[in-house]
Ligand binder design. Structure first.
Ligand SMILES: Cc1cc2nc3c(=O)[nH]c(=O)nc-3n(C[C@H](O)[C@H](O)[C@H](O)COP(=O)(O)OP(=O)(O)OC[C@H]3O[C@@H](n4cnc5c(N)ncnc54)[C@H](O)[C@@H]3O)c2cc1C
Length: 338
């Protein structure tokens, strides 16, 4: 039997998760990942990788909850296995603090993480400029380790890798039976989606091994995430900003804000600075369309626009992309327009 040729564009956490799901679930498909950048040079590589989500306004909450749960369960199984260290996935506890009491005091994922509770008055005394806080244990998935681990798993399932920038999905469709678009913020150019925009994030790497608990301000602009190699401190959320250079003022602001939250950081040594572009989109896109190519209708499944939650929702949205691909392989495609 001839194998179905599937091409996944993108080798960030979304692309590699999707490629692994397809290669392991549909053995009659031959799966190739093509990308301009691989680990350690993708946006995903610099993400702190803490599992925590904000809401997409027009996507049913049950669907977002399923994405979170499937990703959490998948990563928890890794964290609970001997693979945890190599994959860079482990449990992480800390505080989510708010300057004003939020309208919704319980996010939709509150019962999916461990031990979610409101912080006590005694705990809040550490943060005199904040009025409300939540404490919980979630997962941290460090893509600097996780992406190479996923790539190894993908190759073990027979997957192939191509290093290349893609400029035209129609041309790709000449040589493949299905295309899966996981190009993150690159989707703005690759599939001309103007709803996708960069949300620039700058962070610093600090050597402060005594820090064990994360602290995140509810506005998402100030955070301290202790990790395996360094403590990630941030950050910025600059919508529409494509600059990849480190901004000195941003770094000073980050040090100042984080030092106020956690004074012991002032004794830490900054070992690196990094900038990444979150793939911003009001609603992330997991959808299918068809490309008419020489009388064939080639399925194009999109999986991009995860904003600041790409690691958090990666496995769940990969499973949805897999389902859309599977349906299109078994159902009759729409007739090509003449
Ligand atoms: C500072 C910062 C901190 C973050 N912290 C967290 C966090 O704690 N938790 C969390 O869940 N998320 C976090 N995020 C968000 C997370 O990084 C993103 O949501 C996630 O990386 C998106 O993954 P992706 O695979 O879609 O995109 P990317 O990682 O950007 O990968 C896109 C891939 O597509 C390829 N590509 C694009 N265009 C083309 C083309 N034309 N041809 C070929 N290849 C192409 C790229 O080369 C790359 O391989 C953070 C982001 C930043 C910037």
């Amino acid at each position: 039997m001839q194998r179905v040729k599937v091409l996944v564009v993108g080798a960030g956490v979304v692309g590699l998760s999707t490629a692994v799901c397809i290669a392991e679930t549909l053995p009659h498909c031959s799966v190739t990942v093509v990308a301009e950048k691989f680990s350690p040079d993708t946006t995903s590589d610099g993400a702190a990788g803490i599992l925590l989500a904000t809401e997409f306004p027009d996507i049913p909450l049950e669907r977002q909850r399923r994405w979170f749960k499937e990703s959490f369960d998948h990563l928890l199984a890794i964290a609970d296995s001997p693979q945890a260290g190599e994959a860079g996935v482990y449990l992480s506890s800390g505080y989510h603090i708010f300057k004003d009491v939020p309208c919704d005091k319980k996010p939709y994922w509150a019962d999916l993480v461990f031990g979610f509770r409101n912080m006590t008055d005694q705990e809040m005394k550490r943060f005199p400029n904040h009025k409300f806080g939540q404490a919980f244990t979630t997962l941290k998935c460090e893509c600097l380790s996780y992406l190479p681990w996923l790539e190894k798993r993908f190759r073990a399932a027979g997957g192939q890798i191509l290093h290349e920038k893609v400029t035209d999905v129609h041309k790709l469709a000449l040589n493949y039976d299905a295309i899966i678009n996981c190009s993150g913020v690159g989707s703005r150019f690759l599939v001309h989606d103007e709803k996708v925009y960069p949300v620039r994030g700058q962070m610093l790497k600090v050597n402060a091994p005594w820090l064990k608990n994360f602290i995140r301000d509810g506005d998402g602009k100030t955070y301290i995430y202790p990790g395996m190699r360094y403590v990630s401190i941030g950050g910025t959320r600059q919508a529409g900003d494509w600059r990849m250079e480190v901004d000195k003022e941003d770094s000073e602001g980050i040090l100042e804000r984080c030092g106020r939250l956690e004074p012991s950081l002032r004794a830490g040594q900054v070992t690196g600075e990094w900038v990444g572009l979150r793939p911003g989109r009001a609603n992330l896109r997991v959808e299918r369309e068809y490309l008419p190519v020489r009388g064939r209708q080639v399925p194009l499944v999109h999986n991009y626009g995860h904003g600041g939650c790409g690691v958090t929702l990666s496995w769940g949205t990969a499973l949805d992309a897999l389902d859309l691909l599977r349906q299109s392989l078994y159902e009759k495609p729409p007739l090509a327009r003449l």
